[in-house]
Design a protein around this ligand. Structure first.
Ligand code: MP5
Length: 223
């Protein structure tokens, strides 16, 4: 694949251009349109709440290792994301209580576990730049997916707290910071390194698609 335009185009835009077909498929997932038009089955959305709760709880170790690998000047913001995850877990617990959802005894589905383990393996084994590329992927996908829901919404949803969580100005600002910082980091990397970062980014987007697919098709463990 060609990295020839890396000098002219910010790296995050190169990644988004490479991922464009996958991205469209992800944004067009029926889970998202069903949330937007209010037709999503309660049980389907609740399955997502449980799986995403388990997922972000696991993602804490990914973020902690990213923080530990980060250069000093990026640590204040990355440290805040760890606090942010704890706040998000509180949001999930409050919403679960309000909607009669229980996390007790819940286990990660096949896809949820695979994705969570991909994050952790990346955090432990890959360079800071590679891990940073993955966090950009996880956050940018969520921003765009929930923005799509918000844009298509004709009426408030009973799941509005989640929609608002990933479409807030603060979250948009954070994702912009991730993109700008990724561009700065990438400016000093070799084509070989950039290619490894790109591969991880595309893998992240694939997992994001599979996460919607898993909850929508109610795939826990196929066997
Ligand atoms: C995120 C998430 C966003 N909550 N769940 C999945 C499957 N992908 C991405 O991460 P965060 O930390 O909740 O903003």
């Amino acid at each position: 694949m060609s990295m020839s335009n890396q000098m002219t185009e910010p790296f995050h835009q190169t990644l988004l251009a490479e991922a464009a077909p996958l991205w469209e498929k992800m944004l067009g997932h029926p889970f998202l349109s069903a949330v937007a038009d209010g037709s999503i089955a309660d049980e389907t959305f609740k399955a997502w709440v449980v799986q995403d709760y388990l997922f972000i709880r696991e993602a804490l170790s990914f973020l902690s290792i990213l923080h530990a690998k980060a250069p000093h000047h990026l640590r204040p913001t990355l440290g805040q994301t760890i606090v942010g995850i704890h706040q998000e877990l509180d949001l999930f617990r409050k919403q679960a209580e309000a909607h009669g959802i229980s996390f007790e005894g819940a286990t990660m589905s096949f896809v949820c576990q695979a994705y969570a383990h991909f994050l952790k393996a990346t955090a432990y084994e890959r360079s800071f730049e590679e891990v940073f590329t993955v966090i950009y992927g996880t956050e940018k996908t969520y921003l765009d997916c929930w923005l799509r829901v918000k844009q298509e919404q004709a009426a408030p949803s009973r799941w509005q707290a989640f929609i608002d969580n990933w479409t807030s100005e603060a979250f948009q600002g954070f994702v912009t910071w991730l993109a700008t910082t990724l561009d700065e980091i990438a400016a000093h990397k070799s084509p070989h390194d950039l290619e490894a970062m790109r591969d991880l980014f595309l893998m992240t987007v694939r997992y994001e698609y599979m996460f919607w697919e898993m909850v929508y098709t109610d795939t826990g463990w196929p066997v």
